[in-house]
Design a protein around this ligand. Structure first.
Ligand code: GLN
Length: 192
């Protein structure tokens, strides 16, 4: 199993380190043809509009769109924005792999960054969540499972092979979210 981490921009090194800590083989993905050699991909945080500018070159966006239709993917923050079916504030293009509507920079400037603990469906008690200019999931389709809620907002969701978090699990010491993704990669579908 080879896990790709999209390494165009953002905190891809932290994801790589976390996945390697959990025993995964990781490839940093910078070119569309690298998608042919991986089994799953992580799309990190960063700036979703910058990702889109970069992905516009060499058919990268189209190739990634096809990839996430069939292979496991985990998007954090900007990555979650890229995966969403609908994006607000402002509307922008996306991969449309996850049936959610998401609003960029939804928590205002005064709470640009914050750390919370919240309950999660993942075993092992409350989860630390680092939010950085986070988007808000404003609605979820019927096939989307909510794995964690902070306040009244879903912050960790899953639909089939697609997982997304509006926070940054790669910046906390807790490894459960990445473990959950690796389970999904191994099982090829929703982990039991
Ligand atoms: N604010 C960024 C965006 O809208 C996301 C921030 C992040 O990834 N930490 O794309």
């Amino acid at each position: 199993m080879q896990i790709g981490v999209l390494a165009i921009q953002g905190d891809y090194e932290a994801h790589k380190a976390r996945l390697e800590e959990l025993g995964a083989a990781v490839t940093l993905v910078r070119k569309p043809e690298q998608l042919d050699a991986i089994d799953a991909i992580v799309i990190p945080g960063g700036e979703s509009s910058t990702f889109l500018n970069f992905l516009a070159e060499n058919g990268f966006l189209e190739k990634l769109r096809k990839f996430v239709r069939t292979k496991p993917v985990f998007g954090t923050c900007a990555g979650a924005i890229l995966l969403a079916k609908d994006v607000e504030n402002p509307p922008q293009e996306s991969l449309g792999a996850l049936d959610i509507c998401i609003r960029r920079n939804a928590y205002g400037r005064q709470v640009d960054s914050s750390i919370h603990e919240a309950e999660t469906e993942l075993a092992g008690g409350p989860l630390e969540m680092v939010f950085i200019r986070a988007p808000k999931i404003v609605s979820t389709g019927k096939d989307v499972e909510v794995l964690a809620i902070e306040g009244s907002d879903p912050v960790l969701v899953r639909q089939g092979k697609v997982m997304a978090a509006t926070f940054h699990p790669e910046l906390s010491r807790d490894t459960r979210v990445h473990q959950e993704f690796l389970k999904l990669v191994r099982n090829g579908h929703k982990p039991k």
